[in-house]
Write a protein that binds this ligand. Structure first.
Ligand code: C2O
Ligand code: CU
Length: 449
């Protein structure tokens, strides 16, 4: 399929990688068998843990992952943020048939560009059971100076099997005007966020926090991943400024902040200089829940003092998208777009529990059709009271001066505009990364025609 050339460049489908992988990994998805802090019969894991094993490769290397499905049901793996060739994107019914129980499936792709990513199941609510893990693609020539990195995966933890509110019945602990018969109505009240049993840093609850031991003077590059299913976090490291260097894996002009907020699917890298020795708490407050925060300990040298916990809301200097300026802007998205979609985000009407994009609930929703090479603009208006972290598969997009793959659209008529170049032919999901919204219809397929 030769591409059209509205931006003067040919676009061809990204070929499937056939060469031998530089790194081969075997992953097994299975119900949790151990009885650790977060182990319950409803926890599902990659290789026996959540988050699953850290996959780490160098930019440009070919990564081969063989997934063995030991779950009682079908699954897939999605490489969140990596603009892979379409056939390995891991979306059931869109890019592949689901992997049946007892089967294995091979994903092979070139790991590029460098960045902080994660992988997760793209079937139903499996991500909320624990099927997620970090994927780090290291630069060959990092432009950021650091001594080592620390990957920090935040997750919201459910002891029970996740269910849509419509399946949770009337005493499922749903707040915000969602009681009654279980019919959710079409109103704007409340959200579907489950009452989480806690928040995890690298799989650990706050009563047994992860401890990051560093050495005085070290420059630490934190790679923060929001792998939660329905939680927006405010993140703060007591006693230190953070220099944000990457947003969703893409390098930005360094910006110093005290805290940042990120939604499900977003990532930030931030460099911290260990120049204030002590024992400090790294915490992530659920901005849309009442649970106690996720917490880890950052400690070096004279580790006797403990700081007073501080909440991100007391922070004077919180990151905003306006602070983010990509070091290399996206190609092909300046000037007027070739195609614009104006899409509204809202709760569906009627008795069933749905979330919709422009009134339609996936999978019974029209694909958004685009042509190769086009500069595509999507304008989003949020006609609901809750935030939606919208994620685009297979492409990065420009939002203001930032380049990202997931954007938070604030509630109550909040807006966001994203621009991207249609440079990766195929069928790609565009959806809310709140898993409950996604599972209730808040997705569209972008289809190249
Ligand atoms: Cu994390 Cu459809 O994505
Ligand atoms: Cu949403």
């Amino acid at each position: 399929m030769p591409g059209t050339e509205s931006n003067g460049r040919e676009v061809t489908p990204r070929p499937t990688v056939t060469e031998e992988p530089d790194t081969s990994v075997q992953l097994t998805a299975a119900p949790d068998t151990d009885t650790g802090a977060t182990g319950t019969s409803s926890t599902w894991t990659y290789d026996g843990r959540t988050p699953g094993p850290e996959l780490r490769v160098r930019e440009g290397d070919v990564l081969g992952v063989e997934l063995a499905n030991d779950l009682p049901t079908e699954t897939t793996v999605h490489w969140h943020g990596v603009p892979v060739p379409n056939p390995v994107d891991g979306v059931p019914g869109v890019t592949q048939d689901p992997i049946l129980p007892g089967e294995t499936y091979e994903y092979t792709f070139r790991a590029e560009p460098a960045g902080t990513y994660f992988y997760h199941s793209h079937v139903g609510l499996q991500l909320d059971r624990g099927l997620l893990g970090p994927l780090i693609v290291e630069e060959r020539n990092p432009h950021v100076e650091y001594d080592r990195d620390i990957v920090v995966v935040f997750d919201d933890y459910l002891a029970e099997e996740p269910r849509l509110p419509s399946e949770r019945g009337t005493n499922g602990g749903m707040g915000g005007g969602m009681g009654g018969s279980g019919g959710m109505g079409g109103g704007m009240m409340g959200d579907v966020r489950p009452p989480y049993d806690g928040h995890l840093v690298n799989g650990r609850l706050p009563n047994d926090p992860a401890t990051f031991e560093v050495t005085e003077g070290e420059r630490i590059r934190f790679r923060f991943v929001n792998a939660a299913s329905a939680t927006v976090y405010g993140v703060r490291l007591a006693g230190h400024e953070m220099t944000v260097t990457h947003a969703d894996g893409r390098p930005v002009e360094p910006v110093d902040v005290d805290s940042f907020v990120f939604g499900a699917g977003e990532r930030y890298d931030a460099v911290v200089v260990a120049d204030n020795s002590g024992s400090w708490s790294l915490r992530a407050d659920a901005l849309d829940g009442n649970e106690s925060p996720a917490r880890a300990v950052f400690r070096y040298d004279s580790a006797d003092g403990t700081d007073a916990p501080t909440s991100p809301s007391s922070s004077s200097n919180q990151l905003t998208y306006g602070d983010l300026h990509a070091l290399s802007p996206l190609d092909g998205v300046s000037g007027n777009p070739d195609r614009t979609f104006d899409l509204s985000l809202s709760r569906g009407g009627g008795p069933s529990y749905t979330w919709v994009i422009d009134g339609q609930a996936y999978p019974d929703a029209d694909p958004l059709q685009i042509r190769p090479g086009e500069h595509v603009r999507i304008r989003l208006t949020n006609r609901s009271p809750v935030v939606h972290p919208m994620h685009l598969h297979g492409h990065f997009f420009a939002v203001g001066d930032a380049v990202k793959d997931t954007v938070l659209v604030p509630g109550h008529m909040g807006q966001a505009t994203i621009d991207f170049r249609a440079d990766n032919p195929g069928r790609w999901l565009f959806h809310c990364h709140n898993l409950y919204h996604l599972d209730a219809g808040m997705a569209r397929v972008l289809r190249y025609v």
